[in-house]
Design a protein around this ligand. Structure first.
Ligand code: FAD
Length: 505
């Protein structure tokens, strides 16, 4: 039955009924007005109408959908994780959207590989569920995270997946040992660094271009019970970066388990200024401690140390003090709390609840994420943070160092040059004030300035409109990316929302 689709180049209506009948899915096929979120994402900047939304029951269903699309002359397929992209990356205009969350329960299994624990999880599982299940059932947890965990395994692995643990373990793409993937030819393929390795590395950071990740094998470690979570304020960028780099380049036993940072406005603005720093409502940020020499923005180093219930409080205190005494933060501007490990990893969930209550979670999010090399970060700070964004962006402006040697250059992710680079994340929340268009324009202005000044940088969660721009983004890795596309998705069926390749016949 499916074979006959190749001969049909019909109206959308004919497509829908023919395809839904011929697919013979275990899961469901929805079209018309009931597709809900399939044409929207967290960014709220783009909206397109798909032909249908498919809720597969598993890998076989997904392979059928891709094969069916391949037998038409025009249909595309977008895997939708949790739709937390910003620029329509998980959408398919007039195409088939696969809701990966309907497979979230599949595959869950603990394994020991070469003496080390791993867990098999669905590509459609949310990381928060992986966390809860692994901790409650096995006392184990993945090693590398994102800040926010209502994201799917396949969605973050298609980009990189970074947070304050990445300096030690690399991004999430460095913490999986095997994938099951449905390629753009509809083939179900298991891959790893030794088996079908081109597909394995291609899919990691591959922006969904080479296959749909249906299962991932994720490395685990024993889950700590508690976390000492600390924020330290700096007035000088050079001191902030020196300390952040000092911590991320030390041996495991001689540093914190999590290192991030953010820039905030040197003002009493409740969202962008001093009040955004304390970790507890009872803590007070007293600006009297800020040196006179401080500029329009200040910097906060955010660190955390894991510990267990059996550790004596004095042991934790000694470890923390030993590390803090090496750092040059403003002594009276230190904030700390003790929280459970789960509370710490789920910290952005509380921000989400709060933002939902204020109505700003569902408003547009013109976010910008950039990797900036160490060689360019002082220039970036001087112009972008100290001038363009000195009043803040209505949400966090994250900045923290990462180490290139923890990333595998066989994956599809592209990075700036040099061992140390910074992730800069401008996480804008839109309240009253400048229009969304103005904020998008400001993002463009920042990127344009980076180009003009010749900064060494790459967009993270990239978004471009033209092939030329994509080519420039990938640089010398472009030909490898194109070859992988030709091998695994030659008709460019997958992830059309990335706007890298055009569907061919
Ligand atoms: P979607 O947005 O649904 O999809 C993203 C892309 O991946 C699309 O092209 C889609 O087609 C493709 N895709 C989805 N599932 C699969 C699959 N199974 N196989 C192949 N391709 C697939 N990122 C970080 O690295 N660190 C952070 O700390 C971080 N924090 C964030 C906080 C918030 C509040 C938000 C909204 C985003 C954050 N991100 C962060 C970005 C996030 O990692 C990416 O946007 C990610 O793609 C979202 O995952 P998702 O499951 O919603 O994917």
């Amino acid at each position: 039955m499916i074979a006959c689709l190749g001969r049909i180049v019909p109206s959308a209506d004919a497509d829908v009924s023919t395809i839904s009948q011929s697919l013979d899915l275990q899961g469901s096929f929805e079209s018309g007005g009931i597709m809900g979120v399939a044409g929207k994402d967290f960014g709220g900047l783009y909206s397109v109408k798909p032909l249908a939304l498919i809720k597969p029951s598993g890998t076989e269903d997904i392979a059928r959908v891709v094969k069916a699309a391949a037998r038409t002359s025009h249909l595309t397929v977008a895997a939708r994780g949790n739709g937390h992209s910003i620029n329509g990356q998980a959408m398919a205009a007039g195409g088939l959207v696969i809701d990966m969350r309907s497979t979230e329960e599949n595959h869950f299994k603990l394994l020991t590989i070469d003496g080390s624990p791993c867990v098999d999880v669905s590509g459609g599982a949310l990381w928060e569920d992986v966390l809860k299940r692994c901790v409650s059932m096995f006392g184990l947890a993945p090693r590398s995270w994102t800040d926010y965990l209502s994201l799917t395994v396949g969605g973050t692995l298609s980009n990189a997946g970074v947070s304050g643990q990445a300096f030690r373990y690399g991004p999430q793409t460095s913490n999986v040992t095997e994938l099951e993937v449905v390629t753009g030819k509809g083939e179900i393929t298991v891959c790893s660094d030794t088996q079908n390795s081109e597909l394995f590395f291609g899919a990691l950071g591959g922006l969904g271009q080479f296959g749909i990740i249906t299962r991932a094998r994720v490395k685990l470690q024993p889950a700590p019970d508690m976390v000492r979570w600390i924020r330290l304020v700096y007035s000088e960028f050079e001191e902030f970066t020196r300390d952040a780099e000092f911590l991320v380049t030390r041996e495991e036993a001689e540093s914190f388990d999590y290192v991030e940072g953010f820039v905030f406005s040197n003002s009493d603005d409740p969202i962008n200024g001093w009040p955004s720093v304390p970790l507890d409502p009872d803590h007070d940020f007293n600006p009297v401690h800020i040196p006179q020499s401080a500029g329009p923005v200040l910097y906060c180093l955010e660190v955390a140390l894991h510990y267990s219930h059996t550790d004596h409080p004095s042991t934790i205190q000694t470890a923390v003090s030993g590390l803090l005494e090496r750092l040059g933060f403003i002594r009276r501007l230190k904030f700390q709390v003790n929280v459970s490990y789960m509370e710490f990893l789920l910290r952005v969930k509380r921000v989400e609840e709060h933002a939902k209550a204020n109505g700003i979670w569902d408003s547009p999010h013109p976010w910008l994420n950039i990797f900036v090399s160490k060689s360019s970060i002082v220039d970036f700070d001087r112009t972008v943070f100290k001038k363009m964004l000195k009043d803040g962006v209505g949400g966090p402006m994250l900045i923290y160092p990462l180490l290139r040697s923890k990333w595998d250059d066989r994956t599809s992710v592209v990075l700036p040059e040099g061992e140390v680079f910074y992730i800069v994340a401008l996480l804008r929340f839109v309240r009253k004030g400048p229009s969304v268009e103005k904020l998008v324009a400001q993002n463009h202005e920042i990127v344009k300035w980076c180009n003009k000044e010749g900064l060494d940088f790459k967009l993270y969660l990239p978004h471009y409109q033209s092939r030329e721009e994509w080519k420039r983004h990938f640089g010398k890795q472009w030909s490898r990316f194109v070859e992988r596309k030709f091998s695994f998705d030659p008709m460019a069926i997958l992830a059309p929302g990335q706007k890298i390749f055009k569907r061919t016949h």
